[in-house]
Design a protein around this ligand. Structure first.
Ligand SMILES: [Mn+2]
Length: 246
């Protein structure tokens, strides 16, 4: 994957990261307003756009119209893709026979994790729009590596399982990047920052500020617990400024 380099062409542009919005369209819109998000800026959404909240589809539909909002896959998108792909195929006698235990298990798990709200919203769409949403989800990146003002950031939803500093990022499998939490007590890359969501910062032992962005050991953890009564947090990578929507 090519490393996007920012901060050279336009000194007014800024690069922001947010994660775990979980269908809270209103907080997302308030955030865009608070950061004065313009066509010169970039917003990386580091996974878990959907589920739990009531406006996941509305949120996706806004994101997909913006060339400068870059989505990275989270475990919730991964669950949704396999379930929606199944639900979109017509239920015929032959396909009913082929419902595997894996698919049923996947549907139950997605429902338990807050997928029901997303399914209900999805069902209200016409067929073409449903396919558009599914196509969009399938376009999410697995990770992004970017340079901002000379610093390098690796953006990945959950972490890097089976980590080795010499292992190229493109070598990691999906399940190694979206499920297991990172070890915040460990520095992964001595010369890069690891930007992750997935674990609300209130659950990070080393974090003195629950529900605020956590920085330490070259980690930047940005899930401020939006879907758990916390807040939506975002960081500007150009200057480290933090933004919060209550
Ligand atoms: Mn997650």
């Amino acid at each position: 994957m090519q490393v996007a380099v920012f901060g050279r062409k336009d000194k007014n542009m800024a690069v922001y990261c947010v994660s775990d919005i979980h269908g809270d369209y209103d907080k997302y819109q308030k955030l865009l307003k608070q950061i004065h998000f313009s066509d010169f800026d970039w917003l990386y959404v580091v996974g878990d756009v959907i589920d739990r909240g009531k406006q996941s589809v509305k949120l996706l539909q806004d994101m997909m119209l913006r060339f400068n909002v870059i989505p990275i896959i989270g475990n919730h998108e991964y669950m949704a893709i396999s379930c929606l792909r199944f639900l979109m195929t017509e239920i015929t006698e032959s396909s009913l026979k082929t419902i595997s235990a894996d698919i049923l298990q996947g549907l139950l798990e997605w429902q338990r994790e807050g997928g029901q709200e997303t399914i209900e919203e999805f069902q209200r769409l016409d067929r073409d729009t449903q396919w558009d949403i599914l196509d969009y989800l399938e376009e999410f990146s697995l990770y992004e590596e970017i340079q901002v003002k000379g610093e390098t950031y690796v953006l990945v939803h959950a972490g890097l399982s089976n980590f080795s500093v010499d292992r190229p990022l493109e070598d990691y499998q999906l399940h190694e990047m979206i499920f297991e939490k990172v070890d915040y007590s460990k520095v992964y890359f001595p010369d890069k920052y690891l930007v992750t969501g997935h674990i609300p910062t209130r659950a990070i032992q080393e974090n003195p500020r629950p529900d605020f962005i956590y920085k330490g050991n070259r980690h930047i953890a940005i899930d401020c617990g939006c879907s758990y009564g916390g807040r939506l947090g975002a960081i500007c990578l150009d200057n480290g400024e933090e933004f919060y929507i209550e």
